[in-house]
Design a protein around this ligand. Sequence first.
Ligand SMILES: [Mg+2]
Ligand SMILES: [Zn+2]
Length: 581
Amino acid sequence: MEDDFDQTLDSNYGSSHDKVIVHLDADCFYAQVEMLKNPELRTLPLGVQQKNLLVTCNYVARQFGVKKCMLVSDAKRLCPSLILVKGEDLYDYRQMSTKMTLLLQKFSPLVEKLGLDENFVDVTQLVAETLKSDFAGSRNVEGHIYGDITSRCDCGCYERLCVGSQIASEMRKQLKEELGVTCCAGVAYNKLLAKLVCSTHKPNQQTTLFPAGVSDLMLNLNNVRSLPGIGHRTSEILQSLGISSIEQLQNINLELLEHALGRTLAERLKKLSVGADDMVVKPTGKPQSIGLEDGFRKISLESEVKDKCEVLLQRLMILLAEDGRIPGAIRVTVRKYDNSSRYSHRESRQCNIPSSLFLPKVGTLSSNAHNKLLTSIMKLFHKIIDISKPFHLTLLGVAFTKFQERNTGKGSITSFLVKDISVQSVMNFQNISLHGVEAMECSSSKNAGKQSGSTLNYADKSGSESEPEPSPKKTRADFWRGSRKRSLTESDKDSPNKHRSSELRLSTGEPINEVDFSKLSDGIQEELMESCMSLPSLTDKLGISDNSTPNTSMSIEDNFQTNASQKLWKRLGSNQGPQDQ
Ligand SMILES: [Mg+2]
Ligand SMILES: [Zn+2]
């Protein structure tokens, strides 16, 4: 048994050093966006508020002891001059988040977004090309080094991580120059370590971790809760086994852990505890469908349905314009409420639509095209609902799907994109989980159920991965170093950002103006869930018992998003916002 255990840990699975991963985390992201919108706030203590919570604050405010996820009242007590801005409307944060991800995609197609303000970038390929083309170059580490590096691993990871740190530095520089956003970065040979080491020097700094420092980094974590995937429940189970520190997790017998958590999780946690992580950077892509839903208490007239759909369609055209792709099909979803069984269920139907409707420019519909779409929507509706009988609907949704990707050439970024299904709800802006969407798709046609595997497996793409773009990649490697050298000789004042970025555009040929309609609520949900739950004092103050914390956080989130959606409706000048909550 002991032997088995040792084998699991000793196997190189997830702990080889051949990758270079950069994790970037924007400093107090919402506050930065607010300060960019209103530069006068830069020198003042600023907090971003959602309901009665301070979700983040700038570093001026932190000097007063203000911390994120505090109650607004507590923050005000610590810093009476604290300026508060409302952060419920995520629109601007989402826009900036997308810009950051797009900028990073210029360095590697393998960019995975985590929340709104964090990104993992797998730069292994870029590092390899840089090393190949620049073998005589000096190997300096940019930024901090975590721990001791007197003993160097001889697998070549030292050089790779050095170059990784230089790339990370260039990424941060471009994020600052082109978007005005400061970030922290962590550089390591896997995602776990890159993320963990990223937070060791804040704000606006970067840290590189070499294998020799891994053990220290892991043992210096306060708590097992610092590991990804250990949420409230898992940590409770671990607690019951007497495990709260990383060291305890490292030392616990694997079988015992398996017994409590199941084999998969137990093995994963064991590996994480020693800094091993085999998760790949999964590129965040465009959604497979773009949809809006509106929930309400009751609709039972066809005319009401038509009105609702008309509003949804108008709003949807804005999202479509943002996305830039042309849809090939439209889908209508309803939720029917059955009074006798008090049970409601969803049903969807979809039909193909001609792309000519969206010419000459996607997002601008002629009134004729608008009417045609509305007719299609109502036809689909009639296929689901027999209006000769009474009906009671509690939700209507319209979505575009079957997108044609713009022809960006083989091997371009788009071919790496993961197709995530994302449906945005007008009512509560909730992002429907894959399960939810699956259920929806299943209800319309059993065959569509197989779509659940819509998250592309990285391994499946390895074929196209190993066939690099003929020249752009080389140009990319040359470019980032080129710009770096230039920037060392030019003063920052004269440094022509425009020149730099247009050169990048030319060299990579990648579509950088396309706006990704990315997952709306993930970031904030994670941030809130994580930060609220890691603060027991906060949940106490809110009068939430431990057991209900996850749910309560969710409903807080729902409220934020409802507010956000109401603002959105206002911005659209529509009176037909969400009616009830
Ligand atoms: Mg951050
Ligand atoms: Zn190594």
